[in-house]
Ligand binder design. Structure first.
Ligand code: FES
Length: 160
């Protein structure tokens, strides 16, 4: 194969084609293929959904129905930092809802949303296993505890 042709080959698309080929004859192939596509691309861009639809011969309207029904699928890319705010029992009892409200106001996004500048994706979780530090949140792999409406803003400012 010539060098110019190699440049035209998209390795992600090649990988997705292999996934589609593996599942094309299966009943219920759509969800596993979409899960794999999301693993490959990080989210599900419109072009990828069309490609999956063509490959599995499933109408695009049905695919959108599935990806908008299940919370696991993302139609937008993740932010550079994933912010998980805990609203488990311990965190809730110690003011987690107030902390969440401050974060939502500060970033202008709700659960599952990504800020316009792609700085944060916000997710609400049930427990991050640090109940002794409640209320808590995780930013990427770092746990932050004993949060208040005041200190949370300062913590957010440390992440670009
Ligand atoms: S309930 Fe929040 S860390 Fe466990």
């Amino acid at each position: 194969m010539c060098e110019a042709c190699e440049d035209l080959i998209d390795p992600k698309e090649t990988e997705l084609d292999a996934v589609i080929a593996r599942h094309v004859r299966e009943k219920g192939a759509l969800i596993p293929v979409l899960q794999k596509a999301q693993e490959i691309y990080g989210y599900l861009p419109a072009e990828v959904l069309k490609h999956v639809g063509r490959g599995l011969r499933i109408p695009l309207s049905k695919i959108y129905g599935v990806v908008t029904f299940y919370a696991q699928f993302r139609l937008m890319p993740m932010g550079r930092n994933v912010l998980r705010v805990c609203l488990g029992t311990a965190c809730h009892v110690r003011g987690g809802a107030k902390v969440l409200e401050t974060i939502e106001q500060e970033l202008g996004v709700k659960d599952g949303g990504t800020t316009e500048d792609q700085r944060f994706t916000l997710e609400i979780v049930a427990c991050i296993g640090a109940c002794g530090l409640a209320p808590t949140m995780m930013i990427n792999d770092e746990v932050h505890g004993r949060l208040t409406a005041e200190n949370v803003t300062e913590i957010l400012s440390k992440y670009e």
